[in-house]
Every structure is written in structure tokens, then in C-alpha cells.
Design a protein around this ligand. Sequence first.
Ligand SMILES: [Zn+2]
Length: 109
Amino acid sequence: MPAFDPETTLSALLHEYSSRAQAIRHDLARSHSADFAEQAQQRQNDEVLDALLAEAETAMHQVGLAKLRLSEGTYGQCPQCGEAISPARLEIMPAAELCLACSTLAEGH
Ligand SMILES: [Zn+2]
């Protein structure tokens, strides 16, 4: 058994993010109170939920791309510099596209 199985890990991640997104959509769709003060509170909550939903959807998208790279055989290889991404990094961030050096550059640190 390999210590790290990207296929299983990515599928589990995708499942996790999609059920999270579903739960958030469910929360967002709930009926709103008629009370004005509560409405204001709910709007604030909705903004937080919207942000969380966007985050979950971005994560799903990234995992989807990682699965695509896996099926194309380019998973774990940095498209920027062509170097292999370290297994330790992939274990922490299975959907990472860039190696640590390139991602640090991309973030402008
Ligand atoms: Zn790189």
C-alpha cells in the first residue's frame, strides 16, 4: 500500500467539498424571516455563506483539475518549471498545481 494515493485522496476531497457546498446551498435557500432586524442579520449570514460557497466551489474546481492531470499523467508535475512537486506538498495539498517555489513566486512573496 502506498502511503499516499492521489486518486482516492482527490475523490474523497471532491466528495467533501461537494457535500459542503450542498449544505451551504441548503442554508442559503432556507426561508427568510419577515422580521426586519432578523433579515439584516440573515443577510450578513448569507454573505458569509456566499463566501464559503465560493470557497468550496473553487476548491472543487481545483480538485477537478487535479483529477484531470492525474488522468493525463501530468499530476504531481509543476507546469511552470517542469519539476516534480514534492510528495510532502501533495499530501498536504493534493490539488496543488504548482511546486512550492513556483507557487511562492505566483503569490508574490
Ligand atoms: Zn515549479
